[in-house]
Design a protein around this ligand. Structure first.
Ligand SMILES: C[S@@+](CC[C@H](N)C(=O)[O-])C[C@H]1O[C@@H](n2cnc3c(N)ncnc32)[C@H](O)[C@@H]1O
Length: 497
């Protein structure tokens, strides 16, 4: 513990020496070079929203600058490739993407150990991640929903193929065997995926010491009026994040105290000061966690890119299987046909269903109504609400566990110190099969008395954390379906009045 504190202090001193500062005084960035924090922020622990993060050391006003990280302190492809050996090797592998190269750069610096100029920063990177590419077979299956399984499978395959493609380069650079493994690659790729920030000159983004300690908050009401804002930012990654928020022409904030309070961006690279600047997106009280909006993400996207999800995510959306005729009834894209976090069908899904439920020869005459979001007739509305409710019910019934069982399993997991107690608590539940599968995936253990030991294995503990995330995700998915059924019932009632 003491060692960790010491190491954090060393890191913050190192950061101050690089000019990183949370001081409000831009002329005289830091009073002392002993820490880059202390004027606005401090590193703190927030167990329910991201773990390690940044807290306010004083009341912060919305829009005020809370951290500056000079360009020279950013870890980018450009800065790491000042190393001639790396640069020469990379130049021989031009087929690699910029993100793959940044992954190699990170592993290369890791390989340097204490001699890396980034060493004080690198030692504070998380040791493991829970992004989908790290999900094992058991954890993947625990997601239960085809769409999520498919996204996970895709993430794993992508990671594998990117690793294979970069292998020759890493061999050329004579990486030691440990850094050549797929495990090392997924770790580095997850670091890049979950921590890089957008910079205008490199699509791979940058690693930003101290600036990457901000935990995530979903964009709030300011974006909720733009239903399909995700189309603007659809290929989600943290890089798009600041892009999605960075348009200073979009001023949606009602409060207009000063120019800063209007900005939607809470972080971005600013040419005039040659630094990454972070702003308070809200008023914060001393002690509050200061959060950053990385972008607009569904829970599945958060899991894919960042390895966490939000219990209440205003940007969550779920997809249900639709008949081919529904997709072909309109020109809306498949991605726009979904159900919102609160159970309401998306604008496009409603329009598509309304047209699909209209006889083919009448569609043309009512197309304009459907595309403007209007109901077509009471009968049509009743038909689609019944269909949607029935479909959601069928999806729920086809899933291996219910919300109640999942909730009980989660609570048993939280309250059991070991797997033996967990088994006892869940003896009568369907979930016990899942627990057996977990045991099979981790040891083929048949001896109940040794369950307790499993929790001691670090690998099983990691797997359990991911299993828990998978259950939390599927519970959210199922709750959206239940809310959609309620929504349909309400609509049906009002149609039948
Ligand atoms: C840019 S880092 C933020 C700092 C990070 N907590 C750390 O200790 O280094 C992003 C990671 O923090 C975690 N995180 C951020 N916001 C979170 C939130 N609201 N809830 C849970 N985890 C969060 C996730 O693990 C994510 O991949």
């Amino acid at each position: 513990m003491e060692q960790e504190k010491q190491s954090l202090e060393t890191f913050l001193t190192w950061a101050a020496q690089l000019g990183i500062s949370d001081s409000t005084n831009t002329q005289q960035p830091q009073h002392s070079l002993s820490s880059c924090l202390g004027s606005s922020l401090c590193v703190s622990h927030f167990p329910h929203s991201g773990g390690r993060g940044l807290g306010a050391v004083r009341d912060l006003r919305k829009g005020e600058v809370v951290l500056r990280v000079p360009k020279s302190a950013l870890m980018t492809r450009e800065s790491v490739m000042e190393d001639k050996k790396l640069c020469d090797a990379v130049n021989k592998h031009s087929y690699l993407s910029s993100a793959q190269i940044l992954v190699v750069c990170l592993l290369y610096e890791m390989g340097k150990g204490k001699t890396s100029r980034w060493h004080p920063y690198l030692v504070h990177l998380p040791h493991t991640y829970d992004v989908l590419a790290m999900f094992g077979e058991f954890e993947k299956r625990a997601l239960q929903v085809d769409e999520a399984l498919w996204v996970t499978e895709k993430a794993i395959l992508k990671s594998k193929s990117e690793w294979k493609e970069a292998h020759t380069l890493m061999e050329d650079l004579m990486f030691r065997p440990q850094l050549l493994t797929f495990k090392a690659w997924v770790w580095a790729a997850a670091t890049i995926s979950s921590r890089t920030l957008h910079i205008p000159w490199d699509e791979a983004g940058c690693l930003c010491p101290v600036g990457d300690l901000f935990n995530y908050d979903a964009p709030g009401e300011e974006l909720s009026g733009i239903e399909d804002v995700e189309h603007l930012t659809s290929d989600s990654s943290i890089h798009d994040t600041v892009l999605s928020n960075g348009d200073k022409n979009i001023l949606l904030d009602a409060e207009q105290h000063d120019s800063h309070s209007q900005r939607l961006t809470d972080g971005g690279f600013e040419e005039d000061v040659n630094a990454y600047c972070f702003y308070a997106r809200l008023h914060y009280k001393k002690g509050d966690q200061v959060l950053l909006c990385y972008g607009t993400y569904t829970n599945l996207e958060l899991l894919e890119h960042y390895g966490f999800l939000l219990p209440e995510n205003p940007n969550d959306k779920i997809f249900i299987p639709l008949e081919p005729a529904i997709y072909s009834s309109t020109s809306w894209s498949k991605e726009s046909l979904y159900i919102h976090h609160n159970g309401k069908p998306s604008f496009a899904l409603l329009a598509a269903l309304r047209l699909w439920a209209t006889p083919q020869n009448k569609r043309r005459s009512v197309g304009h109504l459907a595309y403007s979001g209007s109901p077509l007739s009471a009968d049509n509305e009743i038909l689609i609400m019944k269909w949607l409710s029935k479909t959601c019910n069928a999806v729920l019934k086809n899933l291996p566990t219910s919300i109640d069982e999942d909730t009980m399993l989660l609570s048993a997991m939280d309250n059991s110190q070991d797997l033996f107690t967990l088994m006892e608590t869940t003896k009568l539940m369907t979930s016990k099969h899942e627990i057996y599968s977990f045991l099979e995936a981790h040891n083929n253990m048949k001896d109940v008395n040794s369950f307790a030991n499993i929790l001691l294995s670090r690998k099983a503990k990691r797997s359990m954390d991911r299993w828990k995330l998978a259950i939390q995700w599927r519970v959210r998915y199922k709750k959206v379906l239940v809310d959609c059924i309620s929504y349909c019932n309400e609509m049906l009632e009002s149609c039948m009045k």
